[in-house]
Design a protein around this ligand. Structure first.
Ligand code: FES
Length: 67
């Protein structure tokens, strides 16, 4: 799997999100998991443009498509 930048404002990569998801306690709720990931990585705290991308990635991880 190739790594790439998801949040340019805060320099958060795809791997950073996968990592943060492993620490999330909300593996069944995309929005709560997003809050965990945001706290750990600061993603989506700049322009907010990456928000839908981050949500997509989180739901993909939850569906087991990534890892
Ligand atoms: S790209 Fe993530 S907050 Fe701007």
């Amino acid at each position: 799997m190739e790594n790439y930048m998801v949040c340019n404002c805060k320099q958060v990569s795809h791997f950073d999100i996968v990592d943060a998801m492993q620490k999330s306690t909300h593996f069944d709720d995309v929005l709560l998991a997003f809050e965990d990931v945001q706290k750990l990585t600061n993603c989506s705290t700049g322009c907010g443009g990456c928000y839908p991308k981050v949500l997509d990635i989180i739901s993909e991880i939850m569906q087991g498509n990534v890892r």
